[in-house]
Design a protein around this ligand. Structure first.
Ligand SMILES: NC(=O)C1=CN([C@@H]2O[C@H](COP(=O)(O)OP(=O)(O)OC[C@H]3O[C@@H](n4cnc5c(N)ncnc54)[C@H](O)[C@@H]3O)[C@@H](O)[C@H]2O)C=CC1
Ligand SMILES: O=C(O)C(=O)CO
Length: 386
């Protein structure tokens, strides 16, 4: 038999057994579970990605709910194991839940939580950072300095792109895409072109009002356009940031043909999910177009990069850290814990997943509701009146 994984236990005599497959930042999420009569078991095994077998052993024979991570494969096997152990609650500590087979969860009547909203600005800020770093070649220049190659100012040294007055393209203008668009429009006075299946009305209103403000102050106004196709964004934008969900419609959305449509000196940023880009095609495109630059937070086969990517000077690569601010990560832990706790307690689901602030206010008790359950309709869960 496999050796049991290391765990840390809080409130051993708690009535409900909740498992967290990883230690998560902050203590509020732990306190909230313990105060509500949960025995909390946190897996502390030094292994970054737990296997399905590892998680089955953590679930054991009796488990009321699990807080899991985006690196885990939550499908038929795990949901049936959780259901056999009497559990009806699972939450990803992430807003994206492409690692979860929601149909399998529905089959076993398990609620699936996610953590929207609390990571919107933090993730958009990293996308903005990658955009700037790529435009101004910051990582290349930093490496050059450290290598002792700087021997004086030169007119051609690390010349990059000016963002002001250029066009920023956003594909997937939901919470994060819209926040990123605002940062680039407001911060750098870029014009916006976006593509989404739905109209981003609030974003459009914001850019219109900001353009009027600039005009009234004698400055060049910014503009916006909702593209009728993704290709229109690819052809027109100077900087393009990807923020859709990952599903069948967005898998390899950026492929060889679409890369070829982009400007030769364009910047492409991806803080959504790796498989949205055909990474092999991207490496070829980077090789053939040295002035084309990318900023990547996510990769097709995480934790790996496709061969050749790490050698490309025109690529900036960071290890899936877009949501990694202290406030956000603690908030994600809180929302994930409250999703699981709320379902265990039989609370209704929160009515507006874009408004999760009441759950994050450390000075007051969180509402008696599950902040965000993605399959609440399929399971027929009641909606909170709060
Ligand atoms: N790198 C990281 O650490 C992080 C990554 N993410 C990723 O970002 C994604 C987006 O998060 P939110 O903005 O909160 O979600 P959201 O649901 O508010 O926005 C997603 C947008 O994508 C649009 N969309 C869906 N299919 C599309 C298609 N085929 N073409 C164009 N647009 C399409 C939707 O209409 C929606 O507006 C998450 O699902 C997650 O995968 C989120 C947080 C951190
Ligand atoms: O929340 C997500 O979807 C992430 O990728 C990590 O924050």
């Amino acid at each position: 038999m496999a050796k049991p994984l290391q765990i840390e236990v809080y409130n051993p005599n708690g009535k409900y057994r909740v498992v967290s497959t990883k230690s998560m930042p902050g203590t509020r999420w732990i306190n909230l579970l313990v105060e509500q009569d949960c025995r909390l078991e946190i897996c502390t095994q030094k292994k970054t990605i737990l296997s399905v077998e590892d998680i089955i052993s953590l679930i054991g024979n009796k488990c009321d709910g699990v807080i899991g991570q985006l690196t885990e494969d939550w499908g038929e096997t795990l949901f049936s194991a959780l259901s056999r152990a009497g559990g009806k609650a699972f939450s990803n500590m992430a807003v994206g839940y492409n690692n979860v087979d929601v149909n399998a969860a529905n089959k076993y009547g398990v609620a699936v939580g996610n953590t929207p909203g609390v990571l919107t600005e933090t993730t958009a800020e990293l996308a903005a950072s990658l955009s700037l770093s790529a435009a101004r070649r910051i990582v290349e220049a930093d490496n050059f300095m450290r290598a002792g190659l700087y021997d004086g100012w030169l007119p051609h040294l690390f010349v990059g792109n000016l963002l002001k007055g250029q066009t920023v393209g956003v594909i997937g203008a939901g919470r994060i895409g819209s926040a990123y668009a605002r940062m680039m429009v407001e911060g750098f006075k870029m014009n916006l072109i976006y593509y989404d299946l739905y109209q981003a009305t609030r974003l459009e209103k914001f850019v219109t009002a900001y353009g009027q403000f600039l005009k009234a102050n004698g400055e060049q106004p910014v503009t916006w356009k909702r593209a009728s196709s993704m290709e229109e964004v690819l052809r027109e934008a100077d900087v393009i940031s990807l923020h859709p969900i990952l599903d069948k419609t967005t898998y390899h959305l950026i492929n060889k043909e679409r890369l070829a449509m982009m400007k030769k000196e364009a910047i492409l940023v991806n803080c959504s999910r790796g498989p949205v880009i055909h990474e092999v095609a991207l490496v070829e495109h980077l090789k053939a177009n040295p002035m084309f630059r990318v900023g990547l937070d996510v990769f097709e086969d995480e934790p790996y990069m496709k061969p050749g990517l790490a050698d490309m000077k025109n690529a900036i690569v960071v290890p899936h850290i877009a949501s990694a601010s202290k406030w956000t990560r603690e908030g994600m832990a809180t929302l994930a814990a409250l999703n699981v706790l709320g379902k265990i307690k039989g609370y209704p689901v929160w009515s507006d997943t874009n408004r999760v602030e009441p759950f994050l206010d450390e000075k007051s008790r969180p509402p008696a509701a599950c902040p965000s359950i993605v399959n609440s309709k399929s399971l027929g869960l009641p909606v909170s009146k709060l």
